[in-house]
Write a protein that binds this ligand. Sequence first.
Ligand code: TYM
Length: 331
Amino acid sequence: MLTGITTSGTPHLGNYVGAIRPAVAASRGEGVESFYFLADYHALIKVQEPARVQRSTLEIAATWLACGLDPDKVWFYRQSDVPEVQELTWLLTCVAGKGILNRAHAYKAAVDKNREAGEDDDAGITAGLFMYPVLMAADILIFNADKVPVGRDQIQHIEMARDFGQRFNHLYGEHFSLPEVVIEENVATLPGLDGRKMSKSYDNTIPLFVPREQLRKLIFSIVTDSSAPGEPKQTEGSALFQLYQAFAGAEETAAMRQAFADGIGWGDAKQALFERIDLEISPLREKYQALIADPARIELTLREGAVRLRETYAAPLLKRVREAVGLRDLS
Ligand code: TYM
């Protein structure tokens, strides 16, 4: 089981329900070997501010640990501490179809934006953005991950990783297992404050560990329709309801569905959502605050993880695939 988070900002509720919470729960299962990492090579595609990448790395690491990841039981590391990922990226680049990369959502969205603005298709688009899915395939294939828990926005990338792995296997022998995506259906795409997908790029996120009062304020700023208290409310398409569902159990969700039908006022619904989220987050928030106050300890944990991981898996795999494609054995 493997998943990563890009170190380009402060972790938000979407990262938590889409990746961190399911990944930490799964890592507690018997017989599962887990790999969780901070995707800082990926961050450079979007962020060219070194201090922000470093701060985000610290915040995301502290978040994983606060949410219950046990670094003695799972592999926990920073992507750029495992430089073998880069070498594998090149080997995969040489089998990856350019036509497939042309269809990647993030790249296509950037091209569409240029077209709308009347610019050249590729204006301002870096080769890094274009190659993003190959780097992500290397992350996954280097540890032969079978399951990748992610939010819906990442499905296409996992499919591409399968495709590149398959092509490599076809040409050079069975070196890679092909990963499967793991999606939690009711939280696959968590909406943000404005109802669109919660995303750093839309500036509509609820950061996971904001102080309690600020959490309440943000939740009260979620966009709703203009129906008055007493009027029945639609759960379909309601960001507020979807957020509630992502945190509440089946019974509480059913009760909220009924409250919507009975015309609960938006203020009351928001208060209930705030209380439900805060109940789950506040013990984690305390742990987070203690962890983030000791960056040296986090740094040590990450470095130790990467050293062992390189020796155990990354270097031996690179040795095998270098040989398979006809490069010299460096050992
Ligand atoms: P990133 O950093 O954008 O997001 C990290 C994880 O959070 C999930 N997520 C969401 N889930 C539900 N609702 C949302 N609104 C929401 N927003 C984000 C994402 O689906 C993701 O699971 N390219 C990846 C990081 C990465 C990776 C990997 C993931 C790099 N290499 C290898 C898995 C395997 C990314 O940018 O995620």
